[in-house]
Design a protein around this ligand. Sequence first.
Ligand code: GDP
Length: 364
Amino acid sequence: GFRMGIVGLPNVGKSTLFNALTRTAAAQAANFPFCTIEPNVGEVAVPDARLDKLAEIAKSKEIIPTRMTFVDIAGLVKGASKGEGLGNQFLANIREVDAIAHVLRCFEDGDVTHVEGRVNPVEDAQTIETELMLADMESIEKRLQNIVRKVRGGDKEAVQQERLMKAAMEALEAGQPARTVEVDAEDAKAWKMLQLLTTKPILYVCNVGEDEAAEGNEHSAAVAEMAAEQGAASVVISAKIEEEISQLDAEEQAMFLDELGLEQAGLDRLIKAGYDLLHLQTYFTVGPKEARAWTIKEGTAAPQAAGVIHGDFERGFIRAETIAYDDYIALGGENGAKDAGKMRAEGKSYVVKDGDVLHFLFNA
Ligand code: GDP
């Protein structure tokens, strides 16, 4: 599955957010108890109203949403790249995530100490980015030394790695994160293998005061501007409110959101934003037993999409009976779609579209 790492300076609301995410009724909805894999790792359901509609039409007994994993990565402080705070372990945790949810303190509260003694999320973001850039530089330096011999020996892979690491280093030395480096398609895989921290896509999570969750505030506005400049994403939430919401049942939640002038829980928006940031999309498998959502990257071909369910589905792939979501709904389900000629047989090269309802045929 896909993993988002929650990072941020101490006291910005990371734990509050993580707890809200993993305890919320939405995470536990529809026979899907959130599960804590480790104390700081939780899986949450990706909210998707389409799944409920499909299940209703197919009279599915069970509804199984797709999931996203969140990892609470504590311990980033100024100097982390030098091994201060939780230092190295922290950095190792970040290497393993697909994207970073960077929580920024945008709330004013004299009772909660800010490590820098002032609220300035844009500077905080830079503080953390700087640590990540320093860590990348250090790891590149080490690795460049380690492959010197191989490069001299003409090892093709090593030569490619060296070239990419030098490109990253050039950006980092100029004060730019490695994600600003343009990478050719043929280098994409090797680039990813470098596992640089500053190549991970970033979602800035502006943690605002309880009465600012709907509109945000001047701090979150400054973050939104910064995010736009960087091509990063940003969302406004109040971790405190999300924590309260997470303790309510669905009906109470709706009332509470209404009172606050919010259309959707912040956590739903956060998960959605993470999904968009990672260019993820959803397809469905629907039947009387269960209606289930599956996550794939945009651009995934049918056999690889099938592989998300089971490796055998990919290996033995024959074809995918495909109904577009809108057709499925408009024509009242599978039979209606079939009768209207809207069920297509798609082969190996078919690129799955968001919302497709799929049934895979495969050689066992
Ligand atoms: P972490 O160190 O980043 O994990 O931060 P915590 O989640 O432990 O929060 C630090 C402190 O800030 C706690 O006392 C929280 O109750 C408080 N806090 C978190 N979010 C908010 C918020 O939105 N508003 C206010 N006023 N306090 C918050």
